[in-house]
Design a protein. Structure first.
Length: 595
């Protein structure tokens, strides 16, 4: 059976293709790095077709693979004949450069390191003749934990120091084995971020970088693309996709993350071109939620959102779901891989919705129990990492995890506290919002976010130290409007004022909207915020101070049921009560008392 030539054979005559295939027939001795016969034939064929040609050579001198690429790059299949992962792979690559320059490119050196090749050798070709040869080997670790590349050359192709080059393979292997660490799941995936420039001041790629780091990735490059029509096949266009492929090889990227949603076709085509898994911003956010959800309800909500998002995109999940070790974008239900067909996914979605319905009922009962006395509900909302959890801790000693990370808190936290005037309130810390928040995630978390819609007062926490806090405020406002809470009373709480050159005026009142300037971290402005909160809640309700005759005790029950009791004392003339009631309930109380 004839051995196959891989790669780009389009437009190559059958006779030439057969001569390329004949490279498999060349045999070399174990002490021969690359024979001049092999170098000459590869150069002649490169000159004829104008494309790179590569061969993989095993340590016993056998040609294990022959591939044809473009004039800039040849895709090299992953190959390993040595089983131990802490050893070099056991094959060396020899390939041609049609431009006459034999020096190894950044792509060549990146491929050497990522594939753990015995060596990466490159031959410059001019007019079908070899000009010079360079041989690169994996060197020692550098200060960044990566590997240096040792490059020998230029060497004369017709008079190679074969024995020395073969010896260098084994030296490199010993060097590699002596310090190689076992590959573990804790090692970060190397990510390249890609995003279309929007023309707005907001740097969404910088935010995507923070998301990637939160997911555990190491960002090795960020590629902003000038605004252009979206390509239906690859999102960025075939030419740009080829450039990204070269960059990925050079930087040894494990994954590409795109800032906008990709269709199934775009994802599949990109993975084929880039030779690495491709995910989009939505998948990344869902992945972070999957890794951080702790409560049963949170886990169910995230899985539901992931499955609803992935169902129409099964076509594009090849690379992302085929990785045996998992990785970013595959956590949660992604580990079930492509074997899950649409029918099973739809059934699982139905099961999740039923489970969430039951959990929602139970949570509703707990919530109504907490608010049985009509204790005001104050919801903390804001952009992710605005400092909501830090503020909750400052107000209630809740000891909620507060990290300088996106989505540090996922599951909602509810705490009861008392304002300085004695009014009891319930504080609810909700999940942070973010630009381009996935619709499926909002829908899945809608039941959890009901407390925002039901809140008597919303504290909109804003990171004033961010250069983009105006845009972040707008994002939160849009989400609140989508939840039906756009008109709810609120206070804009500008947090992290300690990071500003000068602490702003702490309270501003401009009509219906009030603003407080605080540092939840060091406590400045908290007392002023509490005063604003008291004022806002008092404005929505009437303060009543009544004496209820014992003959009208049903009025006492009414106040307990409808209002917030501040004080209650039973004296000879009746029950003295101070409380807050809504305007309508205050009117109803007067009727009960016959006033």
């Amino acid at each position: 059976m004839a051995q196959k030539v891989n790669g780009n054979l389009n437009g190559i005559r059958s006779a030439t293709a057969e001569r390329i295939r004949s490279l498999y027939d060349i045999k070399m001795g174990q002490k021969e790095f690359a024979s001049f016969e092999l170098i000459s034939l590869m150069s002649e064929l490169t000159g004829e077709i104008g494309r790179e040609i590569s061969v993989y050579i095993t340590r016993d001198g056998r040609i294990a693979d022959v591939s044809v690429g473009s004039d800039r790059k040849v895709d090299m299949p992953s190959m390993r004949v040595v089983r131990n992962e802490d050893r070099l792979c056991g094959v060396r690559c020899l390939h041609t450069h049609p431009n006459g320059d034999g020096r190894p490119s950044g792509v060549d050196l990146g491929t050497l390191r990522s594939m753990q090749l015995d060596s990466m050798a490159s031959v410059g070709v001019s007019d079908g003749k070899p000009t010079q040869l360079y041989a690169a080997f994996i060197g020692d670790e550098n200060d960044e934990g990566g590997r240096e590349a040792l490059v020998y050359g230029p060497l004369r192709p017709y008079k190679l120091p074969n024995a020395a080059l073969i010896a260098e393979i084994f030296i490199s292997d010993d060097r590699f084995r002596s310090v190689t660490k076992a590959v573990t799941e804790s090692e970060p995936e190397r990510a390249i971020l890609v995003g279309m420039e929007s023309g707005e001041a907001y740097d969404t790629l910088a935010e995507l970088s923070e998301l990637a780091k939160t997911a555990g990735a190491e960002v090795v490059a960020t590629v902003p693309i000038k605004k252009r029509p979206i390509d239906n096949a690859t999102y960025v266009g075939s030419g740009k996709a080829e450039e990204l492929s070269l960059m990925g090889s050079e930087l040894e990227a494990d994954i590409f993350i795109f800032d906008d949603e990709l269709s199934a076709v775009q994802q599949r085509n990109l993975e084929e071109t880039l030779g690495a898994p491709v995910i989009d911003r939505t998948t990344l956010i869902l992945d972070i939620f999957a890794s951080r959800a702790e409560s049963r309800e949170g886990k169910l909500q995230v899985e539901l959102a992931q499955l609803k998002y992935r169902l129409p995109r099964l076509l594009g999940q090849g690379q992302g779901l085929s990785r045996l070790g998992g990785g970013i974008g595959t956590r949660g239900p992604g580990e079930k891989k492509l074997e899950i067909d649409r029918r099973r996914i739809r059934r699982r979605i139905y099961e999740l919705e039923e489970e969430l319905s039951e959990v929602e009922k139970q949570r509703g009962l707990r919530s109504s129990g907490r608010r049985g006395g009509k204790t005001p509900l104050v919801a903390l909302v804001g952009y992710t990492n605005a400092g909501k959890s830090t503020l909750l801790n400052a107000l209630t000693d809740a000891n909620v995890l507060a990290e300088d990370k996106l989505f540090a808190t996922l599951d909602p936290v509810v705490r009861q506290t008392e304002l300085p005037n004695g009014t009891g309130v319930i504080l609810s810390d909700t999940v942070g919002f973010i630009n381009k928040l996935p619709h499926d995630l909002i829908n899945a978390f809608r039941s959890t976010l009901d407390e925002v819609r039901e809140a008597d007062l919303i504290l909109h926490v804003i990171d004033i130290s961010s250069d983009y806090h105006d845009t972040q405020m707008r994002v939160v406002e849009d989400v609140l409007a989508g939840l039906g809470a756009g008109d709810a009373p609120r206070i804009d709480v500008f947090n992290k004022c300690d990071l500003l050159p000068e602490f702003p005026v702490r309270i501003m009142r401009d009509g219906a909207r009030k603003r407080a300037f605080i540092s939840a971290k060091d406590g400045r402005g908290i007392s002023e915020l509490l005063a604003l909160t008291e004022d806002a809640l008092s404005f929505m309700r009437s303060a009543v101070d009544v004496v209820i005759p014992y003959s009208r005790y049903e009025a006492v029950n009414f106040i307990h049921e409808k209002g917030t009791v501040i004080s209650e004392e039973h004296l000879d003339d009746g029950t003295h009560i101070k409380a807050y009631l809504s305007g309508a309930d205050a009117g109803q109380l007067k009727k009960l008392l016959g006033q």
